[in-house]
Design a protein around this ligand. Structure first.
Ligand code: FAD
Length: 521
């Protein structure tokens, strides 16, 4: 089998991929026995073209090996090592990292016990609806907490900068549990919140079939630590013991983080980011990206990625862009406002949204405690709640009014629910963050004309990464607490669904290897 890269198709040629492969190889069409798309990306720099990499089964393949963009296919094989001894690792949290840790452990023959403070995804849907419709927050079951973790109500973007080959395995797992096969080859794969809910449920059921046990609506209150070794957890006043505890709590479990900090588990403060969520007509983004082709039926809602270095040396960047999506209330507690974004699998809503985040450095907030970042974020979130009218309406304004200090009626009603309150955003952030944001928006307007004029902004976006990193050794165990495996975004080792899932997988493999090492000794 051959891998052929750089097969270029105009929009009219998308349905003639086999012919394009034959033409690229200068091969007879009938010699192509089978082909499969490995990668599909859109190049819209000049004309809009689709660029493919394909796996091709062709007669006389040796003839084509010397051609440009052609190579022999070497399949990358990853398999989960079987565990050589039965035991039940504890997994705290069932977001992408805990989910892939638990799934991998179960697939290796172990019987993980999963504790999730939030509800099953079916009940969680109702809780989240209550916030979005009626402004009623359930602090244990919301957009951050519950089965599937923070990624369940999301765009389900699977993009990551990691080149780790095990990401293919993660995508295969998503497909096996209900994701569309296209995530295997799309340049920017995404699942959509409507499909994620089913996938999460399917993975849970698979883990149960393999012998795993779930405790939903069950918050782990504390770790059981003896002689610098984690020997289990305490939940609902009951102790559960295990030689392996995966800590996959996400970035919003401040109470759990505080408890672990009190236990003196090593952690360090880290940089993070804060900002706003901007919303624009999707059509405007598409026009900029696809130019005259923007109405082409084969082109999906387009994305953007923007970066800027502000004059005060702060990085500003677009983050978690949701084409054809919705801005969503993502707070996890009473009296706070947090924005984020989600899309359905079709990404067919008329608005696009994205966070615009400004780097917050440790020296911006650090006073005396590793956890000072929590107070920094909470202050912004609580201030937004008060400014919004203490009813979960989020502060909002036209981007133009923010940049030029003017005040005009909102140019459109943002998608954020339960609602927004138009206001001056200047009191939400420090002068330095405001300056960086304003400069960046002016710069982004040059990249995407209309970015300022045609957009609204809703704030604050504060939960994009963890405020700490829980330190671990090469075996992925806590640096000073044996048998504890900090994992995923909350531990500071991932950002986003795929990298969190990958970290969960890595932690599971580390645990299996440790078990097997013990058996062999
Ligand atoms: C609205 C929204 C949209 C997003 N969109 C995208 C996207 O499109 N693409 C992308 O890559 N990323 C997206 N993200 C980010 C992504 O969801 C996170 O990076 C990812 O979920 C982190 O995975 P995790 O498993 O490390 O943590 P989490 O997903 O946060 O999961 C942690 C879990 O631990 C549980 N937990 C916490 N404390 C305890 C405790 N004491 N006891 C028991 N359980 C506990 C929580 O309830 C939670 O379910 C989005 C996030 C949000 C909020």
């Amino acid at each position: 089998m051959l891998v052929i890269n750089q097969i270029k198709c105009s929009l009219n040629q998308i349905n003639q991929l086999k012919q394009r492969i034959a033409s690229k190889l200068k091969a007879p069409l009938e010699d192509i026995l089978h082909y499969e798309i490995l990668k599909e990306s859109i190049d819209a720099r000049k004309e809009v073209i689709i660029v493919y990499s394909c796996l091709v089964n062709i007669k006389h393949e040796q003839r084509y090996l010397s051609k440009q963009d052609v190579s022999l296919y070497h399949p990358e094989v990853f398999s989960i090592p079987p565990a050589l001894k039965e035991t039940s690792p504890i997994v705290i949290g069932f977001g992408p990292s805990g989910m892939f840790a638990a799934l991998t452990l179960a697939q290796s023959g172990l019987t993980p016990i999963i504790f999730e403070r939030g509800s099953r995804v079916e009940k969680r849907l109702e809780d989240v609806e209550k916030l979005w419709k009626d402004g009623i927050i359930n602090p244990e079951s919301n957009v951050q907490f519950g089965e599937g973790g923070a990624g369940t109500f999301s765009d389900g973007k699977l993009t990551t900068r990691s080149k780790d080959l095990r990401i293919h395995h993660i995508f295969e797992m998503f497909i096996e549990h209900g994701a569309k096969e296209e995530i295997r080859y799309k340049q920017h794969p995404h699942i959509g919140t409507d499909c994620l809910v089913d996938i999460v449920r399917n993975i849970r059921n698979h883990i149960i079939e393999l012998g795993g046990t779930f405790y939903f609506d069950t918050k782990v209150e504390s770790l059981l630590i003896e002689k610098e070794t984690c020997i289990g957890i305490c939940a609902n006043g009951k102790n559960y013991y295990s030689n392996y505890v995966v800590l996959a709590i996400g970035h919003s479990a401040y109470d759990t983080l505080k408890s672990i900090y009190t236990d003196q588990v090593y952690m360090e403060a880290k940089d993070f980011a804060v900002g706003v969520r901007v919303e624009h007509p999707q059509k405007m983004i598409d026009k900029n990206q696809y130019k005259q082709y923007f109405k082409h039926p084969l082109l999906k809602a387009s994305e953007y990625r923007l970066t800027y270095q502000a004059s005060n040396a702060r990085g500003v960047y677009s983050f978690c862009m949701c084409p054809g999506g919705y801005v969503v209330a993502s707070n996890s507690n009473h009296g706070e406002i947090v924005t984020n974004g989600m899309s359905k699998s079709k990404r067919d809503h008329v608005y696009a949204n994205s966070a615009i985040l400004v780097q917050v450095k440790k020296e911006d907030y650090y006073k005396s405690s590793v956890l000072d970042g929590i107070d920094y974020l909470k202050k912004i979130e609580q201030q937004a709640y008060l400014l919004g009218g203490s009813n979960y309406y989020a502060p909002c304004c036209n981007i133009k009014d923010f940049v030029y200090d003017t005040n005009n009626p909102l140019i459109f009603k943002p998608t954020y629910l339960p609602g927004v309150k138009q206001m001056d955003m200047n009191s939400l952030f420090s002068t330095s963050i405001l300056l960086s944001l304003k400069e960046a928006l002016l710069h982004f307007d040059k990249k995407i004309p209309g970015f300022i004029e045609q957009g609204v902004m809703i704030a604050p976006e504060t939960r994009s990464s963890s405020v700490v990193r829980i330190l671990r050794n090469e075996q992925l165990e806590s640096l000073n607490t044996k048998q504890l495996y900090p994992c995923g975004e909350g531990a500071g080792y991932a950002g986003g669904i795929t990298s969190s899932a990958l970290d969960g997988l890595k932690v599971a493999i580390a645990i299996i290897e440790d078990i097997n090492k013990g058996v062999k000794q």
